[in-house]
Structures are given as structure tokens and as C-alpha cells.
Write a protein that binds this ligand. Sequence first.
Ligand code: NAD
Length: 291
Amino acid sequence: MEIKRVGVVGAGQMGNGIAHVFALAGYDVLLTDVSEDSLTKALATIEKNIDRQVARGKVLPADKRAALERIKTTLKLADLGQCDLIIEAATERETVKQAIFEDLVPHLKPTTILTSNTSSISITRLASRTDRPERFMGFHFMNPVPVMQLVELIRGIATDQETWETLHEVVRKLGKTASSSEDFPGFIVNRILMPMINEAVYTLYEGVGSVQSIDQSLKLGANHPMGPLELADFIGLDTCLSIMNVLHEGLADTKYRPCPLLTKYVEAGWLGRKTQRGFYDYRGEVPVPTR
Ligand code: NAD
């Protein structure tokens, strides 16, 4: 099935990145959000990020103009009805996502593929609340979307092969690489990455090493581009905690127990870069470890 028009629901961090990469790849994009302010900010962010790519010689100025012209915004979810593919990238709350799909379904063409960019909610459960579980998939982009190469394709229990192949081809056209995952908590990347970050927090909690020695050990000893605590601050400690909770509850194994120190940082509102404090304090010239 050929995809031409793409609807993106949610114009936050991920939604604007998704709109950006689809528009640059030649798709017509209709971006929606409940907040007019988010839509305005998203367009400004997309322009700023494409400018950066132009400055680096990765995108031609003419392609920038064409891409920006391909992105339209609307506050009405129903306007997405004629899209061939919908990517839901709204707030990570199951009731929010369910309501979006319920409101969308009556307006859709029978052939429209529905997807969610969720990091942790069951694709099978979201799909079961729609009229087309066979044409429903997890479409998990990584943050920041214009930079990260991988897209996880997640099959719900009912997803059909044609839907999977259509999305696989879309990922190829975006110039990215797809990995295929079954629908279990955390999919592949977060199932492996988050327990590693959680273990780094336990290592700190038990006094095995300081923030600096833990990050340096993984950077120089395992060739990771960022240390695990630095990476946790980048992702957001609230996000890390919520994914650990999903793994813990969904897989019912104590090995996924979130570290109490991670919980404490989140309770303090020290959520990482976005609040200027996490395992590092970002308020000065250079990040300073907080432990
Ligand atoms: P965000 O908070 O930056 O953006 C969410 C947007 O959704 C907001 O603009 C909000 O106004 C909008 N929204 C809320 N309810 C809505 C509704 N009913 N209809 C339309 N828009 C609505 O969040 P984000 O980080 O962009 O995350 C979005 C999704 O992407 C989540 O499912 C998250 O799990 C997933 N994800 C996030 C990351 C990440 O690193 N942030 C990585 C991969 C996947």
C-alpha cells in the first residue's frame, strides 16, 4: 500500500521530530495537537532544526522550503481522516491515547494504518480498542528523531503482514533502519537500555562508584558514547522510572525493581536536563555531579 499523507497526533518533542523527518522525505504531513501553542512551537522547532541541518550541509535550502510547505497543522482530529497513515505521539497516558483512537476511528478511510509511538503501552491493548487491530502497529521513533537512525516496528498480536511491510518500506524511505519487535514491555531498546541505567543507579546507591566514575567507566571501558547517568538525565529520570515500572509490572520479575534512589530523584523533581538537575547539575557553565 502506498503512503502519501501522514497524520501526526501530538506536536511535542517526538511529534515535531516525526513531522520533520516525514516532510523532508516528501510526505504530506498534517500535525494536530490539543494545544495551539504546541503547534506553533512545533513549527518553530522544526524550522530551527532543519536550519541546523542546512548549516551542516545535510539538507539543501530548497528542500527546507519544500519540507516546511508540506507540513500543515490543525486543532481538529477529524481532519486527519483522509490520511493514509496516522502516527499517534501524544502524552504517554493510556486513557489519552485510547480517547484519541476512539475519536479518530469514525473519520478514517478503511485502509488507513494506525500507529502509536508509545514507549511502553501495550500495542495489542491499544489496537483492540479500534476497528482495525490488523492495521495497527507500534512505530517507535527514538529521540531526537531527526538524528537517531533506528525505528522499532512493533507487531501487536493481530497485526497483519501487509501493514508490517508497508511500514518497513516507509522507514526505508525516511532513510532510517527498522528493527522488528514483538509486543512485550519495553520492546527491544528500552528492555535492554533501562535495566542498564537502573543498574548504574544501584551502583551509585550502593556506593560502588561516584556519578563521575560510573559514567567514565562505561564510556572508556565499554565504549559507550555517553555514560548511563548522563544518558538518564538526557532521557528524563521520570521517563526512566516510568519505563522501569512498566517492565517491573509487565514482566513480574524483581530484577526490574526500580532503584529507590531513582525514585528519590524523581520525587525531588530532579528529572535531569529538562529541570536543570538530575545526576548532574546543569545550572552552571559545566555539568557538576550531584553525588
Ligand atoms: P511531549 O509531552 O513532548 O508531547 C506530547 C504532546 O501531546 C503535547 O504537545 C500535548 O499537548 C499533546 N497532546 C496531549 N493530549 C493530546 C490529545 N488528546 N490530542 C492531541 N495531542 C495531545 O511528549 P513526547 O516526549 O513527545 O512523547 C510523546 C510520545 O512519544 C509518548 O507516547 C512517548 O512515550 C513517546 N516517546 C517518547 C520518547 C522521548 O524520549 N521523549 C522517545 C520515544 C517515544
